[in-house]
Design a protein around this ligand. Sequence first.
Ligand SMILES: NC(=O)c1ccc[n+]([C@@H]2O[C@H](COP(=O)([O-])OP(=O)(O)OC[C@H]3O[C@@H](n4cnc5c(N)ncnc54)[C@H](OP(=O)(O)O)[C@@H]3O)[C@@H](O)[C@H]2O)c1
Length: 219
Amino acid sequence: MEPLHIAILGAGTVGNVLGNKWIYVGHKIAFGVKDPESERVQSLRKDLGEHVFIGSPAQALARADIVLLAVPGSVVRELIAEHAQHLDHKIIIDATNQLVKGQTEATKQWQATGALNSLSTLQAYVPHAQVYRAFNSYSWETFADPTYQGVQADLFYCGPEGEKQAIVEQLISEIGLNPVKLGDLDQIEVVDNILRLWATIALFQDKGRGNIALKVLTR
Ligand SMILES: NC(=O)c1ccc[n+]([C@@H]2O[C@H](COP(=O)([O-])OP(=O)(O)OC[C@H]3O[C@@H](n4cnc5c(N)ncnc54)[C@H](OP(=O)(O)O)[C@@H]3O)[C@@H](O)[C@H]2O)c1
C-alpha cells in the first residue's frame, strides 16, 4: 500500500491520537503547528521521532494531499483564509467544532448558537477542495480505543462520492472505526447531530466521554 501524505493542522489531543495511528500504519504525517519552537512541540518531536515532520501550517500543507483540520473552532476561519491557496484542491477532513474547549462538558448545555461546522468558510475560501466532515462527533478517547465490549463503533461522516471517499473511509478504518456515510455535504447537520446525541448521553447524562459510541444495527 502506498503511504498517504497527510497534513494535520493542530497537534493537540485529536491531532495526536489520529496522527499516531496513521503513522503506525505507514502514512507520512506532517503536523502544522502554531509555534514549531514551543516546548510542547519540542516534546512532541521527541516522542514522534525525527521521521515525522513538524513545522508551520504552510510547510505541512506543502507536503500533503490530504488535510485533517484539528484546531480549535475559533481559529479555523483565520487559518483557512491564510492558507486557502495551499488548501484548495486537497482532500480536507474537518474534525473541528465551533465550541469552546470543555465548555459543553462543564456547563452540560450547548453554547453553540450557530453551526458546529465550518462548511460555509471552507466553501468560501477553498471551493475546489474535497471536503469531508468526520471525526468530530466522538471524543478523542473513542478514537484511541474504538471497540466497545468487542464491537467496533461506527463513525458517521459525509462528503462527496468518488475515489476520495474511498481514501477517507480507509483513514477512518485505520483508526479502528467502521465508516458510515450519511450522504454528501448536504447531510452535514445530520453528522453534527450525532455529536449532539453523543454529548447528550456522554456529557449531559454523565455516562463518560470515552464510554459512549454508536452502532447501527442491521438485519
Ligand atoms: N477533544 C476531543 O475529544 C475532540 C473530539 C472531536 C473533535 N474535536 C474538535 O477538534 C478540534 C481540536 O480539538 P483538541 O481537543 O485536539 O484541541 P486541543 O487539544 O486544544 O488542540 C488544538 C491544537 O491546535 C493548535 N492551534 C491553535 N491555533 C493554531 C493555528 N493557528 N495553527 C496551527 N495550530 C493551531 C493548538 O496549539 P497551541 O496549544 O500551541 O495553542 C493545539 O495544539 C476542535 O475543533 C474540537 O472541537 C475535539
